[in-house]
Ligand binder design. Structure first.
Ligand SMILES: Nc1ncnc2c1ncn2[C@@H]1O[C@H](COP(=O)(O)OP(=O)(O)OP(=O)(O)O)[C@@H](O)[C@H]1O
Ligand SMILES: [Mg+2]
Length: 175
């Protein structure tokens, strides 16, 4: 049995309503702490969080898959030590529909599930890939410049481009 650090114990047992931020270096046990913390929340018989009400988001698909796999493994272990618990068995089933995904797919399902509340969003919307995003942002730039050239006086345009020029040179000098 590994010896947890005091910070890990604190993070696993964190029970405040306020948000918490846990940071630690690579490979030091962040996912481990997260798995233990979630397992504690969903296996608390007195005040359980229904496992299908969880939302855990990650940046990468790989991290989401790892979190899902390690969490199911943890609950399976709890069930092995407590084979008569219908409660844990049900939580394990519920866990398969928990929202453990990347931020992008979480947002996608949020928009899909609430599409009727968003009249400006086309029902056939899809996630933009990076090539399409580049094309769209170039089109948007062109529109902005067209707007500026059409609506701004020569004087205003000069001032704006001077300001932009200064910002860009500051950005480059910072880099
Ligand atoms: N206190 C500890 N003592 C010994 N081993 C530990 C301790 N805490 C976690 N570990 C083990 O360290 C390994 C790495 O843990 P984990 O994958 O959770 O780290 P991580 O911070 O999420 O890594 P990454 O930065 O790659 O995402 C795991 O095998 C985990 O069981
Ligand atoms: Mg990790």
């Amino acid at each position: 049995m590994m010896k947890l650090t005091q910070q890990q114990v604190n993070a696993i047992n964190y029970a405040e309503q306020a948000p918490a931020c846990v940071t630690a270096s690579a490979g030091s046990g962040k996912t481990f702490v997260l798995v233990e913390h979630i397992a504690k929340l969903i296996s608390d018989v007195k005040n359980p969080v229904p496992a299908d009400r969880l939302a855990a988001v990650t940046f990468t698909e790989k991290a989401a898959a790892e979190l899902k796999q390690r969490l199911s493994q943890k609950v399976e272990e709890l069930l092995k030590n407590n084979p008569d618990s219908d409660f844990l068995r049900e939580q394990l089933v519920r866990l398969s529909s928990a929202r453990i995904s990347t931020i992008s797919s979480f947002c996608l399902s949020l928009v899909r599930d609430n599409i009727r509340l968003l009249p400006d969003v086309d029902e056939g919307f899809e996630i933009c890939d990076s090539t399409k995003a580049d094309i769209l942002s170039e089109k948007a730039e062109e529109k902005v410049f067209e707007h500026i050239c059409a609506d701004y006086s020569e004087e205003k345009r000069k001032t704006l481009f001077k300001k932009l020029g200064k910002k860009v040179s500051i950005m480059f000098s910072v880099k």
